[in-house]
Ligand binder design. Structure first.
Ligand code: ATP
Ligand code: ZN
Length: 300
């Protein structure tokens, strides 16, 4: 078997909002990468995994065509391309396998400030500028509204000022770009974040095993993001109350303290944020010697 067949290829955005997060996530899974001179590839030094660096819009197609085994891309692009494939009578041969909790944004409809919006019926016979033609078509069809879609490949937010459109449909995260252009968000079509997609093409056993290993590591990296390891001393009598105060911790370890029969040490992994307030409440319940440590890796 050709050795290249054993390597996993992951499509990642070459330069944009998802690039640094995608690479950082893979590096936190233990992958060491070197970039090729032509900036098209990143080679895995310690694992048979390479990255193909491309425009995000090309990622679903590359995974569907089995040029790449996996891709990291926004759900907004995945859903837009899935609909475009279906419209072309082609099957989208990729499946979503993991949500990555970064690149959060939403595809929203926005109107010039002061423009009245009383629900989707306000869009009847209006012009809406967007790069997300398929998702907008689907929304209009679902709302049973006939409107004109004006395709814009970028800088959609200036369309109303240019007199080319009445509304826009674009990605929003903080909303500051909309505000700066005198626009207000009026409806949300899709909530999005970065996801991993995998090709539907059958993979050999070794490749699938490697993908499963990477996905398990990713799961561990994502789980520990908010997690903290908490250690404290507590009176035995306060054990139940203290357990109830530990955020997102299922079964803490309770250890006897040498020579102090009425006290125990409690160690727990808290999967939710440990606030100062949490520590103050624990202290008020009788806890002492509180220590909160970051968790680097976790394998369930
Ligand atoms: P490319 O050159 O790769 O086509 P692009 O201009 O389409 O780049 P970026 O602006 O880098 O893409 O955005 C990539 C992805 O980041 C989006 O598809 C979306 O999933 C996510 N994203 C998160 N917040 C925002 C935002 N405020 N505006 C646009 N995209 C956002
Ligand atoms: Zn793009």
């Amino acid at each position: 078997m050709d050795s290249s067949e054993q390597r996993i290829r992951i499509a990642v955005q070459n330069s944009g909002r998802l690039t640094d997060h995608s690479r950082d996530l893979l590096e936190r899974c233990g992958l060491k990468l070197t970039q090729s001179k032509n900036q098209l590839f990143c080679y895995g030094e310690n694992m048979p995994i390479d990255l193909l660096l491309v425009r995000d819009d090309d990622i679903p197609g590359l995974v569907s065509d089995d040029v790449c085994d996996l891709g990291i891309v926004g759900l907004n692009v995945v859903e837009e391309k899935r609909l475009a494939f279906e419209n072309d009578g082609r099957k989208a041969l990729f499946k979503q396998v993991c949500e990555l909790d970064f690149g959060h944004c939403r595809l929203s409809l926005a109107a010039p400030e002061g423009e009245e919006f009383h629900g989707p019926e306000s869009l009847v016979n209006k012009r809406i500028a967007t790069s997300y033609v398929e998702l907008l078509k689907k929304y209009l069809k679902k709302k049973n509204v006939a409107a004109e879609i004006v395709y814009f490949s970028g800088a959609v937010e200036i369309a109303p000022q240019l007199g080319i459109a009445d509304y826009i449909c674009d990605l929003v995260s903080t909303g500051s770009t909309l505000t700066a252009n005198g626009l207000a968000e009026v409806d949300v079509l899709l909530e999005s974040e970065a996801v991993i997609i995998q090709t539907k093409a059958p993979l050999n056993v070794a490749k699938q095993a490697l993908i499963d290993r990477i996905l398990q590591r990713l799961d561990g990296v994502l789980q520990v993001r908010e997690s903290k390891y908490i250690m404290l001393h507590a009176p035995r009598a306060a054990l139940a109350e203290i357990r109830a105060l530990l955020p997102g911790s299922e079964a803490p370890t309770v250890i006897p303290l040498e020579g102090v029969p009425d006290k125990v040490a409690i160690h727990a992994v808290c999967t939710e944020t440990v606030f100062w307030e949490t520590l103050e409440n624990l202290k008020a319940a009788g806890a002492s010697s509180l220590l909160v440590l970051p968790v680097e890796k976790m394998l369930a």
